[in-house]
Structures are given as C-alpha cells and as structure tokens.
Design a protein around this ligand. Structure first.
Ligand SMILES: Nc1nc2c(c(=O)[nH]1)N[C@H]1C(S)=C(S)[C@@H](COP(=O)(O)O)O[C@H]1N2
Ligand SMILES: [Mo]
Length: 438
C-alpha cells in the first residue's frame, strides 16, 4: 500500500493509511483521513493548502484536496515533452492534463504504453516493411509492403482518440497491479493510413470470420523469441468501421518510434491495447482471438459488478469493448492562483468510446451545483470533443473545478470511483483541478 502512487484526479483516500503515508505523512502538520471530518482538522487542511475552503461544508469526508493529490513532475524521453515516466522497463509514460490542451495531440505529447521491448525501427526502409496476412479465416495468405498499402488503397486521415484501458488505475482500492496510470494515458492525434476494411476486402476473408487480430514486432520482456508480449484483436464489425485504420503517419509525419513506427493499427474508442503497434501480421480468426492479453483477466472486467477485492474466476470476466464517457480539464493547470472577482476560463476535452458526448457540466462546489459548458461537436467520429466555460468564484479561498461529461445514452461520469475490477480498468471518475482564489 505504501508504494501506491496517487493520481491527479485521486478523489478519495479510500485507505486512510495510504492517504496518511503518501500525502500527509511528508508534511510537518499531518492530518488523518478520519480527522478531515472534524472542524479542527479542517483548519489543519486549510493550513496545508494555504487557504480557507469556502465550500468546506460540501466537501465529502475523506476527500484529498486535488492541490495535494497530484504529482506531475516532468521527465524527458526522446521525442516526448513533459511526459511522466511510470516505468522504464519497458517504457511507459503518461501526459499531465495541462499538456493535453492542444485540440490535436502533438506526437511529443502522446502517452507511451509498452508491454514488451520495442523494436528498433529508426533507420529502417519503412516502405519495404512487410505486413503479413494469415489466420484460419483469411482467404489468401499474403504479404503487402507499406509501399503496396500506400499505392493500392485510398488514404484516409482521421483524428482518433487512443486511451489505455488501464488509464486511471492508480485510484482503485484495493490497488490493481500494473502501471499506475493517473489520467494521462489518453491522446487524440490525427492518423493517416488505409482502411483495415479496404485491405481485408482485397486480401479476402472467409464466411466464418468473426475476429481480426494483430501481431507486432516487439519482443517479449523475458527475451524469449518464442513468446509475444501482446496480440489482441476486435470483432469483425469493429475492424470494418470506416475509421479503423492501418496507419503509417501521425499528424502528417512518420509515427514516433515509441508509438509504433513504421506501421500500426488504430481502432479508436476501445482500449488502446487493440491498436497494435509495429504491425507485422494481421490474422482473421473464426473464433474470438486467443493471443496473449486477450484471455484470463487481461483487458477484461467482471461481467457483473463485484465487491472491491473479490477474486473473480476467468469465466466471469468479459472483454472490454467501448471505453466509457470521460473528460479532462486541460486549462488551467491544477494548482493555479486566480484573482478574486475575476472570471476564470476553463476548458478541456471529452470523449465516450464508440459514443458521442452530449454534455459537459462543471462544478466549483464539490459537485453540489453544476453549470453547462459549451461543447463542440467532434472533428469526426471517435475524435474527442472540446468544451469550454467560465467560472466565477464567490470569494477568496481554495476551490476545485470538477468536470463531468455525459454521453449520448445519458450516462454521466461518476463523481466517485466506478466499479472496482481486479485489473483496475475503466476508471472514468470526474477530473478535477485545484484553484486558489486570492
Ligand atoms: N505491438 C504492440 N502493440 C501495442 C502495445 C504493445 O505493447 N505492443 N501496447 C498496447 C496498449 S496496451 C496500448 S494502451 C496502446 C498504446 O499506444 P501508444 O504507446 O502509441 O500510446 O498500444 C497498444 N498496442
Ligand atoms: Mo493499454
């Protein structure tokens, strides 16, 4: 528990010990979670924050102020700018919310999630890179080079969201093993490539085809050449969406090495793990694909809700499909000071997997009241939607801005953690930032 990292949006210290040790224990004036509920420790909490908390009476017991719950120290990796490295073997890095402010995510700010050891593709002749087609439901086994793909099929460019299924994992209690993503395993760059469906139509698939999966050129972390780190896929219906791409470019340039250069799949709106990087082979299957990280509890959640900490048998775990509705506040940066009496502009993005976002609401009083933000429509299906609004604070003190998106089925982000699951997937709790009005 003591090594559990607290994420940026970390709403609750569900484990008092964790809160004490990771947040308050370092401070000269430690406050216990239980103590948050009493008046005297509200004073202590205000002291730690450095301001009074005008809406303290609305603040849920046990809430760790966002001003203290975050950690976004920059760390440099080649080609990336300001990402926070969670793991360096293999490299996994996420983007702090305020660095995701661009409408189209720059390559330098797209998170990196590696399950194995990436291939070295910097100096290769990308046009000669071969993509192989196989699987029991492929009509003809064949290989196409990137040059063939570029020559034979129509090119398409879409802005597509990519979010790791484990984004937000750091908040779950009891904790789930894996990279402790806070909120930054999401991005929405523009991708260019050919439609997977056009290529599958050319190669030919059999009538019994139900699933389309990938193999990449990365090596298993053990170094065993017989093993692959990850091989996942999607049902045929998802594979043949117009926006499911075999892509060679991001924002008009070659893919960054860490994001799959020279070729990758992008099947947006589903866990990022279906979007295979360093794409070497596509298999068309007559059954649900059974490659590494498709089975067991990988990228699966309990088919029915379970109590936190439950051991769930594999047969009761269901494959994650569309990601849930979610939003980010990308401006201002959490922790800013705002002048008393001055309206504060707030903005960000919202997305909802296979669905559209229908509303974004913002609260400055810990969710007691909400105001509607202006919401733009998406550049295309599966692109995140931009929202913005202005908030006015009634007096000086410590405030939090919370954002809550609702999808076109009326499903809103929860203000508390959503259903616990053994691997810590799909945390779409509201994002929040700290603001000191002075
Ligand atoms: N070959 C390969 N493809 C992969 C992975 C991987 O480790 N190897 N990771 C997957 C996971 S879990 C995610 S979330 C996305 C991350 O894409 P990114 O690193 O470009 O952000 O790639 C997916 N594709
Ligand atoms: Mo992922």
């Amino acid at each position: 528990m003591t090594d559990k990292k607290r994420g940026i949006h970390g709403l609750y210290a569900a484990d008092p010990l964790a809160a004490d040790e990771t947040l308050w224990g370092r401070r000269s004036n430690p406050v216990t979670r239980r103590g948050f509920l009493t008046g005297s420790s509200l004073v202590a909490m205000s002291t730690a924050i450095g301001a009074s908390i005008p809406f303290a009476h609305l603040m849920p017991g046990g809430l760790i102020p966002a001003a203290l719950a975050q950690s976004d120290e920059p760390f440099v990796i080649t080609g990336k700018d300001g990402l926070v490295v969670l793991n360096d073997r293999p490299v996994n890095a996420e983007t702090p919310a305020h660095l995701l402010d661009d409408r189209v995510t720059p390559a330098s700010r797209l998170f990196v999630r590696n399950n194995g050891i990436p291939p070295v593709t910097g100096n290769i002749d990308a046009d000669a890179w071969e993509l192989e087609f196989g699987g029991e439901s492929i009509a003809r086994e064949m290989k196409l080079t990137i040059a063939d793909l570029k020559k034979q099929f129509q090119h398409h460019t879409y802005q597509l969201q990519l979010e790791c299924g484990g984004n937000g994992r750091s908040e779950f209690v009891p904790p789930a093993s894996g990279n402790q993503w806070s909120i930054g395993a999401i991005g929405c760059p523009e991708w260019t490539g050919v439609r997977l469906k056009d290529v599958l139509e050319f190669v030919g698939i059999k009538d019994d085809a139900v699933y389309v999966a990938y193999y990449g050129a990365d090596a298993h972390a053990s170094g065993d050449p017989a093993k692959v780190p990850i091989s996942r896929g999607v049902p045929l219906s998802k594979a043949i969406e117009d926006e499911s791409l075999i892509a060679w470019a991001m924002n008009g340039e070659d893919l960054p090495a860490m994001n799959g250069h020279p070729l990758r799949l992008v099947c947006a709106g589903w866990p990022g793990s279906v979007s295979g990087k360093w794409l070497k082979k596509i298999v068309v299957r007559n059954q649900v694909h059974d490659g590494p990280k498709m089975t067991g509890s990988s990228y699966r959640v309990p088919c029915k809700p379970v109590a936190p900490g439950t051991t769930v048998p594999d047969e009761d775990m269901c494959i994650i499909e569309s990601m849930p509705v979610k939003s980010l506040i990308t401006f201002p940066k959490s922790g800013i000071e705002s002048a008393d009496g001055k309206a504060l502009a707030v903005r960000g993005h919202a997305w909802a997997g296979d669905h559209a976002v229908s509303a974004v609401d913002v609260s400055i009083d810990f969710g007691a009241t909400w105001q509607k933000a202006t919401l733009e429509s998406a550049a295309n299906r599966f692109a995140w939607q931009h929202w913005n609004t202005t908030v006015e604070f009634p007096q000086v003190g410590y405030f939090e801005v919370w954002a809550r998106a609702t999808d076109d089925k009326g499903r809103a982000q929860p203000m508390v953690l959503p259903g616990w699951n053994p691997k810590g997937y799909l945390n779409n709790a509201c994002h929040r930032i700290a603001v000191q009005v002075v």
